[in-house]
Design a protein around this ligand. Structure first.
Ligand SMILES: Cc1cc2nc3c(=O)[nH]c(=O)nc-3n(C[C@H](O)[C@H](O)[C@H](O)COP(=O)(O)O)c2cc1C
Length: 200
């Protein structure tokens, strides 16, 4: 089983990247997935979607062919969603525009919201859970995590100071792996119907 972590921050370095690195370390240490890939949208930003994507412009092919392969190869996703102005980052919302169900469909996704503040973090979860899965057709698992006070919560050497949240992170990642295995059956028995590709 292969996991793809998408760090949705728009800066580098960022709190989202630190959260993504922490998740990667925990997955490897505990062998929750066999393989792992990490994309940091702050380090390698994706241009904003434009019409050239549909035209298949060379510029976009160069960017999207390798990215779509990486997303296709994954069995599950962790979306690390920083809170920007009370919502998920525009980079992460833009990211969802480049995939359809043939790449991301019927694969489970865990949202981890990240904030530097003590009380926020619920908006990116609500934003992603409510919007952005209609065409990707990835499936949010019931769990989500909120990493508040990110600078103190995860130290520079990737130690999480909140032991209960560390345990919950492991629990949620294991749940994600269970869904990844279970949804494999759905993908194997599923028929792609282009006429329903954009259906609500
Ligand atoms: C453009 C921008 C807007 C932000 N808006 C919010 C916000 O509305 N609520 C919040 O809790 N934190 C906000 N933050 C702070 C982030 O929570 C903080 O930067 C955190 O580390 C996650 O973002 P990062 O991955 O860019 O580091 C904002 C940060 C940026 C760069």
């Amino acid at each position: 089983m292969r996991l793809m972590i998408i760090a949705g921050g728009m800066r580098h370095p960022s709190g989202s990247r630190r959260a993504a690195d922490f998740v990667q370390q925990k997955v490897l240490e505990n062998q929750i997935f066999d393989r792992i890939d990490l994309l940091d949208l702050g380090q390698t930003p994706l241009p904003l979607w434009d019409e050239g994507v549909w035209r298949g412009d060379e510029k976009w092919k160069k960017i999207l062919d390798p990215l779509r392969k990486r997303m296709q190869a994954a069995d599950a996703y962790v979306l690390v969603a920083p809170e920007y102005n009370g919502m998920a980052s525009p980079a992460l919302k833009n990211f969802t525009l480049f995939f359809d169900e043939r790449i991301t469909g019927h694969k489970p996704a865990l949202v981890i919201a990240v904030t530097s503040e003590a009380h926020n973090g619920q908006y990116p979860v609500a934003d992603l859970h409510a919007f952005g899965a209609k065409n990707t057709k990835w499936i949010y698992i019931p769990d989500h995590l909120i990493y508040r006070n990110i600078g103190q919560l995860i130290t520079e050497n990737l130690q999480m100071t909140d032991t209960l949240l560390r345990e919950r992170t492991l629990f949620s990642l294991r749940e994600l792996a269970l869904y990844a295995r279970a949804l494999e059956q759905v993908r194997q028995n599923h028929t792609f119907r282009p006429e329903f590709k954009y259906a609500p």
